[in-house]
Write a protein that binds this ligand. Sequence first.
Ligand code: HEM
Ligand code: HEM
Length: 163
Amino acid sequence: MTEPTGYSKPQIRLHWIVALLIVPQFVLHDGISAAWAALGKGLEPAFDPLVPLHVAGGLLIAALVLWRIVLRSRRAAPPLPEGEHPALKLVAKVTHGGLYALLLALPLSGAVAWFGGVGAAGDAHGVMKTLLLALVVLHVVGALYHQFVLKDGLLLRMKTPAP
Ligand code: HEM
Ligand code: HEM
């Protein structure tokens, strides 16, 4: 696979759409958390539109992330900025891999919990959402460090498509 100089337009669009879709999964989780707690107590949860929103939003994220992975398997990522310390390159690779993995494992565990009534999957979902939050913070701090401290224009790679 030849190394492109940047991300393609669909890759960039999908990156930002998925980033936006993640926000309501965290901010508007009250409905599904309350419904899950009610089910755990053997009660029938009252209808709350936030529940189907969480489920549909999460499944949409999974579909878009699968799409991203297909695109990524057809086109390598551009090489990481030259001169970056090898340890930091590794951190970036592990962070990106972890983000892809969690964005699939979260909807999967959520679906197994919600549709299969599996309590352990709900627990795993709760742990993984914290891991995702930690990786997103690390990822954003890394991106801002490149942009404002190293001033290597890294953010442009997720803004301007390249051949
Ligand atoms: C909130 C959820 C986010 C997720 C899940 C996410 C996920 C990812 C992933 C998986 C990659 C690697 C792409 C690949 O190599 O295939 C990536 C790249 C990138 N992300 Fe994000 N991202 C998020 C938010 C952000 C934000 C808020 C920023 C900016 C402040 C940002 C800036 C970047 C940049 C600049 C790259 C390209 C890095 C490079 O060229 O090596 N991301 N993101
Ligand atoms: C990337 C996608 C997803 C993210 C980021 C996400 C995030 C979250 C968050 C932040 C919570 C609150 C957890 C807590 O209060 O500790 C939660 C709860 C829950 N979510 Fe998701 N979710 C996603 C996808 C899904 C999907 C697709 C389903 C079902 C098909 C689902 C089902 C649930 C259930 C049943 C709960 C309650 C169990 C619990 O609190 O651990 N989630 N989710």
